[in-house]
Design a protein around this ligand. Structure first.
Ligand code: ZN
Length: 326
C-alpha cells in the first residue's frame, strides 16, 4: 500500500445510538468528528431498532463512498458486554434479548466493531478532549433522564466485573419513603434525575394546581431546568423538589468522592446548567467529604464538550483503542 492510500483510510466510524437519534460521523486519529449525520432511532421494537442502526450505517457509508473505515465504535444506552461485543439490554429503548452487535456489524460490513455504554463513551471523550485530559482519576456524572457515572481510575475506565460499574443513580442518599424502579428507597435517580424530578412534579401538582409548574405539566414541556427556575422565583412545590434533588445529589457526590478519591468531577447531560447549583454543590462537597479526599479534589465542573458530539468522540476513541492504535 502506498502512503497515500494508507492515510486516506485512516479513519474510523463513530456511532452514537440514543433514544431519539443515531449520530454517525467519521473520525481521524485525533478523534475529531467529521461529516456528522443524524438519523432517527426506530425504537418500536428490538428488530426495528437493530435494523434501523444497520440501515443508518449502510446509508452513511454509501454516501461517504470508499475507502472503508478501519473500524466502528458504537455507544449504546443500557448494559453492554464490551469483551463479548453484546448489547445485553436497555430499558429506555426496548432491548430485551441480548444482541451480538459486534458480530452483526462484522458480518454485514466486514469491519471490526467496539461497543460500550454511552456514559463510558462520554468519559472516554473527556479523557480525549475534555477536562479529564489532565486528570488520571476523575468521575463523569451524567444527569439526564437517569443518572449514571463513568469512573476513570489511574487513566482507565473502571468497568467492574460486568461492565456495570458507575450506577450512581442507585446509591441511596436520602432516607425518605420514595421507592425507586430498582426496588430500594431513597435512591439518587428518582430524586435528582431529570426524569425523577418531572415525576415528582407531576405527582405534586395533582394536589397543588395553583403551582406555577401545573401549566408545564399540562402542556408536557416540563424540564428539570424549569423546576429550578420556578424554585428560584419562589414557587413552593418547585422549591421543595429542587431542594430534594440538590440535597440528594450533594450526598451522592460526597459518597463518590470518598469512595474513589478523584481529582476532578465532571457533570454532563445538561441538568446542571446554573452556577448557583454548581457552587452550592461544590461548597457542600468540600465541607463534607473526608479531609484527604476533599484535598485531592481539584474541582467540580460542567463538561465543556458539545453534548451532541460527546458520544461520537468517545465511540471513535473506543474504536482506535480497540484497534490498539492510540
Ligand atoms: Zn434505585
Amino acid at each position: 500500500l502506498s502512503q497515500g492510500n494508507e492515510s486516506s483510510r485512516d479513519y474510523v466510524l463513530g456511532v452514537d445510538v440514543g433514544g431519539t437519534n443515531i449520530h454517525i460521523g467519521k473520525a481521524n486519529r485525533d478523534c475529531v468528528p467529521l461529516k456528522v449525520k443524524r438519523y432517527a432511532t426506530d425504537a418500536r421494537n428490538q428488530e426495528a431498532l437493530i435494523a434501523g442502526i444497520m440501515g443508518s450505517m449502510e446509508r452513511y457509508l454509501a454516501e461517504a463512498g470508499p475507502p472503508a473505515p478501519r473500524a466502528v465504535g458504537m455507544g449504546l444506552v443500557g448494559h453492554v458486554s464490551v469483551a463479548e461485543g453484546v448489547w445485553e439490554n436497555a430499558i429506555n429503548i426496548s432491548v430485551t434479548r441480548p444482541v451480538p452487535l459486534c458480530a452483526t456489524i462484522r458480518a454485514k460490513f466486514g469491519l471490526p466493531a467496539y461497543i460500550d455504554n454511552d456514559v463510558n463513551m462520554a468519559a472516554l471523550a473527556e479523557m480525549t478532549f475534555g477536562a479529564g485530559k489532565s486528570h488520571a482519576d476523575f468521575a463523569y456524572i451524567n444527569i439526564g433522564t437517569g443518572i449514571s457515572a463513568g469512573l476513570v481510575s489511574n487513566g482507565k475506565i473502571v468497568t467492574g466485573a460486568s461492565n456495570y460499574a458507575g450506577e450512581l443513580g442507585h446509591m441511596v442518599c436520602d432516607g425518605e419513603e420514595h421507592v425507586c424502579k430498582c426496588g430500594r428507597k431513597g435512591c439518587l435517580e428518582p430524586l435528582a434525575s431529570g426524569g425523577g424530578m418531572i415525576e415528582m412534579a407531576k405527582k405534586a401538582v395533582q394536589s397543588a394546581r395553583d403551582s406555577s409548574l401545573a401549566r408545564y405539566v399540562q402542556d408536557g414541556s416540563l424540564h428539570a431546568g424549569t423546576i429550578f427556575r420556578e424554585a428560584e422565583k419562589g414557587d413552593p412545590i418547585a422549591g421543595s423538589i429542587a431542594e430534594k434533588a440538590m440535597s440528594a445529589l450533594e450526598n451522592a457526590v460526597v459518597n463518590l468522592v470518598n469512595l474513589m478519591n478523584p481529582s476532578l468531577v465532571v457533570f454532563g447531560g445538561g441538568a446542571i446548567e446554573k452556577d448557583f447549583i454548581l457552587n452550592r454543590l461544590t461548597d457542600f462537597v468540600y465541607q463534607n467529604a473526608l479531609p484527604v479526599a476533599a484535598k485531592g479534589l481539584q474541582g467540580i465542573r460542567i463538561s465543556a464538550l458539545d453534548p451532541s458530539l460527546v458520544g461520537l468522540i468517545g465511540a471513535s476513541r473506543a474504536a482506535w483503542d480497540g484497534l490498539g492504535m492510540t
